[in-house]
Design a binder for this molecule. Sequence first.
Ligand SMILES: Nc1ncnc2c1ncn2[C@@H]1O[C@H](COP(=O)(O)OP(=O)(O)OP(=O)(O)O)[C@@H](O)[C@H]1O
Length: 253
Amino acid sequence: MSQLLEVVNLCKHYRKQLGLFRQTTIQALDQVSFSLDAAQTLAVVGETGSGKSTLAKVLVGIEQPDEGEIRLAGKAVTLTHYRKYNHVIRYMFQDAERALNPSQKVGSMLDDVLRFSTVLDETQRQQKILQSLQQVGLMDEHINFYPHMFSAGQQQRVALARALILDPKILILDEALTVLDPTLRAQIVNLLLELQQQKGLSYLLISKNLRLVRHISDHCLVMQHGQVVEAGATEQLLEQPHHPHTRKLMGLS
Ligand SMILES: Nc1ncnc2c1ncn2[C@@H]1O[C@H](COP(=O)(O)OP(=O)(O)OP(=O)(O)O)[C@@H](O)[C@H]1O
């Protein structure tokens, strides 16, 4: 049986201007391969600039890869059917406060997602919006709130509702929990784990917080200079790190 997500030899480079006439090439992703099963969490760790966010952007279609293949349930995906595939993989951004439009009420924000990506009528969309708010522990009346009326933890819940409203199979959490204090982070982590159990969601967790990685991920990829330098079951990888870069991230060298 095929895995939910398979990534094969993904490559992505950027050109960076050096002064007026010189350019350099940055290989942000270099032959990256991995797979992710349903209801599993894969952590991606690595120092700044190792390619983690580029990987996330390529997976959700914000950036296009130079080479390689992304397969969902065995089928190769291309950006030409992005609308169809943006239901399956959703991205939760680093900073919920900045990711939410300050001048738009939550209900209208969620409605935009549904209007862009589904054929639901107004009543169905309204129902779906209320359902999404409830599933992240928010109330019906929050539909009329602006982002600044929420606490940091509630803003994270709104961002989560927006990410989940299309019933994705995979959610990418790109340092999404970093800005929260430990108590709020624990609440959101518990909510994510509950949702994973209830809905069989898979997470791709991009994080520098190795305690969090150990707590919630099943498998782990370690990236350096766009390459996967070590991969394996999280517990084992963090117990017995082999690659010098993994050891450095763990503060062991
Ligand atoms: N739009 C871009 N144009 C040029 N270079 C880019 C662009 N986006 C990323 N890069 C470069 O690609 C490399 C990988 O960046 P990326 O943001 O994926 O790393 P990261 O591991 O997510 O870092 P961080 O932990 O700081 O978020 C870096 O060298 C970065 O400078």
